[in-house]
Design a protein around this ligand. Structure first.
Ligand code: HEM
Length: 460
């Protein structure tokens, strides 16, 4: 026996199979492909795609889009550097968001911008916002009168904008500006979605009333943002807030960042922070109205924490575990961000499938979070599924309403604290009923919200 013969044989790694092309989802129609289904009933369409494969090709007119359907692979997309924020959703938002803000930037610029905004959203920064969140939540309960109809769309949107604007861009002028912002943003979100699903570019330039209203709101919104920045500068004040962080931010050469970038950053924070929170509050009101048994449990939990003789406070929120589980379950079934898109920046592989550079990727947190393969009684409203002993069975990435990875929402702690406080304050004072004319079917837009939810608050 020679020495060579006893040398360990280097194991040969089994060759990874060549990635294959994802299957084409069924149900294409000549010329339109899957487009008409996606427009007609996007939630149902996205929800059945997993039956066709873990990654499936969709034909949208002449274009091929890759839909990712399993929790694990959506996590892989969100965590991989091979996918950037780009694609039709983002392009349609650029008129509103600009091109230099954190929501649309990629690469080194995005990393630097995240470093600037992140401190304002850190867990230990949130208690400083507590007094404003409390004030706004209780003001809402005073503003709403027992038995009087509440237009949930405008009211939810209003508190969302006010809290984001007052907490993150602090200033006395903010009270009046927050109301103007609400008006402009409501018109813009309506128009943006229309432009996204019916991309008839030149049509939106015609001097029609709807276009004029949209353009006025767009101009007013950008003007307001400029005023907010200018007034802060003129005040000479530097409170410890997000706006100060933006005004003092430096680029990679150590130079102050440009005016356009400051502007676009403020725009991104206000837009990202308003529709999402507003839509979630609407769904929470819907839950309280449709599930009185859960509303009563939330009320009882708040009372047990406050003793029933004082308003619920920011510091109480972390003790409200049932309330929090109601919130999470509402976000599972009705996620504000129901669809996300990315673009592959290199030829890559996903779950054994070939994804070419330049491909548009789409996936739906709505579909993922309602999938019977991840949740028993998947369509039932069950806050107790978030008890620690049960939630451990939820597959990884099957519940990520704030996403994961480098684009994860910076505002997860901020949002959860605010939403819990709002639902606690409302439930402590009122129960809710939907009223005639209310339309609670989901309205698919840039976010998912009830079409036209009208409720009346009633004393317990
Ligand atoms: C990004 C969800 C509230 C600011 C995101 C993303 C999700 C999300 C899923 C990732 C988008 C992607 O991967 O493409 C939510 C939900 C909210 C909420 C469900 C409330 C219920 C807020 C608030 C703010 C905010 C209140 C600010 C005040 C942002 C920003 C980004 C973002 C700036 C872009 C981050 C980046 O691209 O690096 N949000 N969000 N969000 N969110 Fe939120």
């Amino acid at each position: 026996m020679t020495v060579e013969s006893v040398k360990p044989v280097k194991p040969v790694a089994p060759e990874a199979p060549e990635p294959i092309e994802p299957p084409l989802a069924g149900g294409t129609v000549p010329l339109l492909g899957h487009g008409w289904k996606l427009v007609r009933d996007p939630l149902a369409f996205m929800s059945q795609l997993r039956d066709h494969g873990d990654v499936v090709r969709l034909k949208l007119g002449p274009k091929t889009v890759y839909a990712v359907t399993t929790p694990a692979l959506t996590g892989a997309v969100a965590l991989s550097p091979d996918y950037h924020v780009a694609g039709p959703l983002w392009e349609s938002l650029e008129d509103l968001l600009g091109k230099e803000g954190v929501a649309t930037a990629n690469g080194a610029l995005h990393r630097r911008q995240r470093r600037t905004i992140q401190p304002a959203f850190r867990l230990d920064a949130i208690p400083a916002y507590g007094p404003i969140m409390e004030e706004e939540a209780h003001a809402l309960t005073e503003r709403w009168k027992p038995g009087e109809t509440v237009d949930c769309t405008s009211e939810s949107f209003r508190i969302a904008v006010r809290v984001a604007a007052r907490c993150l861009l602090r200033g006395h002028y903010m009270d009046e500006a927050a109301d103007r912002l609400c008006g402009a943003l409501a018109t813009l979100f309506r128009g943006m979605y229309r432009r996204m699903v019916v991309p008839l570019g030149p049509l939106y330039k015609l001097p029609l009333p709807a276009n004029r209203e949209f353009n006025r709101a767009l101009a007013d919104f950008h003007l307001l943002v400029d005023e907010i920045v200018a007034e802060r500068r003129a005040s000479g004040q530097k409170p410890d807030d997000l706006l100060t962080a933006l005004l003092e931010a430096k680029d990679d050469n150590g130079d102050p960042i440009g005016e356009q970038e400051i502007h676009d950053q403020v725009v991104d924070i206000l837009t990202a922070g308003s529709e999402t929170i507003g839509s979630t509050i609407m769904w929470l009101l819907h839950v309280l109205a449709e599930h009185p048994e859960h509303a009563e449990k939330v009320r009882a939990e708040v009372e047990s924490v406050t003793g029933g003789d004082r308003p619920v406070a920011f510091d109480d929120v972390r003790k409200l575990s049932y309330t929090n589980n109601v919130l999470v379950e509402a976000m599972r079934l009705r996620p504000a961000i129901w669809v996300l898109t990315r673009r592959a920046v290199a030829d890559t592989e996903l779950g054994g499938y070939r994804i070419p550079a330049g491909a548009d990727i789409i996936y739906s947190p709505y579909a993922i979070q309602r999938d019977h393969r991840s949740y028993s009684e998947n369509l039932g409203f069950d806050p107790d599924r978030w008890l620690p002993e049960r939630s451990k069975d939820v597959p990884k990435y099957a519940m990520r309403p704030f996403s994961v990875g480098n684009r994860k929402c910076p505002s997860d702690h901020f949002s959860m604290a605010m939403l819990s406080l709002v639902i606690a304050a409302l439930s402590a004072k009122y129960r809710f009923e939907q009223v005639a004319g209310s339309k609670d079917t989901p309205r698919v837009g840039i976010t998912l919200r009830p079409d036209n939810l009208l409720v009346k608050p009633l004393p317990w």
